[in-house]
Design a protein around this ligand. Structure first.
Ligand SMILES: N[C@@H](CCC(=O)N[C@@H](CS)C(=O)NCC(=O)O)C(=O)O
Length: 212
């Protein structure tokens, strides 16, 4: 299926998180949709609107609704990574090409979800000491690991020249952490990865639109 065959797609997420329109789990889904050139509607909800929406979804039989989620022709697809995988399957890209690659992407997506949870828990509920430990130890260790992941293939992406859904997840978490600022002396693969993502034509347009 091409991007233009994918119709009536909606992405649901909070309006703003800490005053940012990109912070949080909605953005990696958006990056995939933007990169693919899918025509979609981004439905942004305030905390109060989400409360109402969540009650509606529960009534409709959606168990444990959270954002982000997507709908395609009105059908609900829950959770960040599963929704991205579904889109990737429908588009026939952003996936691995064999069981081993698929497993690696699953593992990287799992790593990225854990990273996001640690980051969010520290940012929203952590003490000053927790924030210090995160900034001085957890985050540097995490990006060292990402550097190692990226050095397994020739780059610039996790599986080499082909971008996958896991790349959008890792890139966005790095952006949430430190605006994707990378020291190319310490993390050369990560620096090349960030450059490559920022220079993808559709994403370049998207990043420029965020500055306006
Ligand atoms: N594992 C889920 C976590 C989703 C999640 O916790 N979403 C938060 C916002 S980032 C949320 O919806 N919070 C409000 C709620 O749970 O009602 C995913 O990755 O989509």
């Amino acid at each position: 299926m091409t991007a233009s065959d994918l119709k009536d797609v909606k992405l649901y997420y909070f309006t703003k998180v800490k005053d940012s329109s990109t912070m949080g789990r909605g953005e990696p889904v958006r990056l995939l949709l933007e990169d693919a050139g899918v025509n979609y509607e981004y439905v942004r909800l305030s905390a109060d609107q989400w409360k109402e929406k969540k009650a509606e979804l529960i009534k409709e039989g959606i168990p444990g609704p959270t954002m982000p989620y997507i709908t395609i022709n009105g059908k609900h697809y829950a959770k960040t990574v599963p929704a991205m995988r579904l889109l990737a399957k429908k588009l026939g890209k952003y996936l691995g090409e064999n069981d081993d690659e698929e497993h690696l992407l699953d593992a990287y997506a799992d790593f990225s979800s854990d990273w996001t949870s640690r980051w969010a828990t520290t940012l929203f509920r952590g003490s000053d000491e927790d924030k210090k430990v995160y900034a001085e130890t957890t985050f540097p260790q995490t990006i060292d690991t990402v550097e190692k992941m990226l050095s397994k293939y020739s780059g610039p992406y996790l599986l080499g020249e082909r971008i996958t859904y896991a790349d959008f997840l890792i890139f966005h978490q790095l952006d949430d952490d430190n605006q994707a600022k990378v020291d190319s002396q310490i993390h050369p693969h990560l620096a090349a990865f960030v450059e490559a993502i920022k220079n993808r034509p559709n994403l370049q347009k998207h990043f420029n639109s965020l500055k306006q």
